[in-house]
Write a protein that binds this ligand. Structure first.
Ligand code: CP
Ligand code: NVA
Length: 305
């Protein structure tokens, strides 16, 4: 059966840990220059309906390092942008390629793509989830803290695709997650309800960043207006007043806390320059780990690992 990577909830904790372990091994091999051509001769289509720097580069480089070929497509330069149905594109892609990564708007688009695809489909970000990013974030946390068990995670800001995926991660891995989101900008209600049923008491929601940050080990934030919400920027700036992760707020967390940001960041909005450039920030390792974890995800789904 073809396995797709559309959301974390499609995988067990053991399966996700398997990918994290493989990512660590592949990172080691790549650093030592050892061969790891697990996708030798395979082609992965990389479809982007939204902008990207990290996702595009890390997937293209990752497929190449695995011995395969990454094929970039955007809605602007393919028939998808001219309205060719998703289910038609999905079936045609599967006749040429060994896997597909897609970044798009609604989660229902990747779900439909996967339903019609005979080859594995990977979610490279939707409005609802960003699972590759959270796997890279977990890899970074484990590198720094040895484990994610027993740690307190804080999310400060918009209840967006990143927040929703953290909620799924907290439910699956069982760590404590405190989300601070302004009223009206809460995470997806269905995702939250599912996670609360899996892990009662582990996930809490507040409007006060100070409550979420108190004694936290891992702090994560993201832009206030995600891709597709650019016209809401001004009203969001008003709603998110007091949510900038700056030195004063960070002082409430544990002295050895780490700060994550998926990037791109808006310095002076959701995070201060001093915090993102400061000693708690691990954002460059986090960005690098996109490469390693995505290689592990592709190898698991397409390489017969
Ligand atoms: N974090 C992330 O997905 O970055 P890009 O939008 O640059 O791909
Ligand atoms: N929440 C952001 C993440 C970008 C990587 C967005 O969807 O634009």
């Amino acid at each position: 059966m073809t396995r797709h990577f559309l959301a974390l909830h499609d995988f067990s904790e053991t399966e996700l840990y398997g990918m994290l372990t493989l990512a660590r091994e592949l990172k080691e091999k790549q650093k030592q220059g050892l061969p790891h051509k697990l996708l030798d001769g395979k082609t992965v289509a990389l479809i982007f309906e939204k902008a990207s720097t990290r996702t595009r580069v890390s997937f293209e480089v990752g497929v190449f390092q695995l011995g395969g070929h990454g094929l970039f497509l955007s809605s602007g330069n393919s028939q998808m942008g001219r309205g060719e149905p998703i289910r038609d594109t999905a079936r045609v892609m599967a006749r040429y390629c060994d896997g597909v990564m897609i970044r798009t708007f609604g989660q229902e688009i990747v779900d439909e793509f996967a339903r019609y695809s005979d080859v594995p489909v990977i979610n490279g970000l939707t409005d609802l989830f960003h699972p590759c990013q959270i796997m890279a974030d977990l890899m970074t946390v484990i590198e720094r803290k040895r484990t994610c068990e027993g740690l307190t995670f804080a999310w400060i800001g918009d209840g967006n695709n990143m927040a929703n995926t953290w909620i799924e991660a907290a439910a699956i891995f069982g760590f404590e997650l405190r989300l601070a989101c302004p009223q009206g900008y809460e995470p997806d209600a269905k995702v939250l309800a599912w996670a609360l049923a899996q892990a009662p008491g582990r996930i809490t929601l507040t409007t006060d960043p100070k409550v979420a940050l108190a004694g936290a080990d891992v702090i994560n934030t993201d832009v206030w207006a995600s891709m597709g919400q650019e016209n809401e920027q001004k009203e969001r700036e008003k709603a998110f007043a007091g949510y900038c992760l700056d030195d004063a707020l960070l002082a409430l967390a544990k002295p050895d806390c780490i700060v994550l940001h998926c990037l791109p960041a808006h310095r002076g909005e959701e995070i201060s320059d001093s915090v993102i450039e400061g000693k708690h920030s691990v954002v460059w390792d986090e960005a690098e780990n996109r490469l390693h974890i995505q290689k592990a995800i592709m190898a698991t789904l397409m390489g017969g690992v």
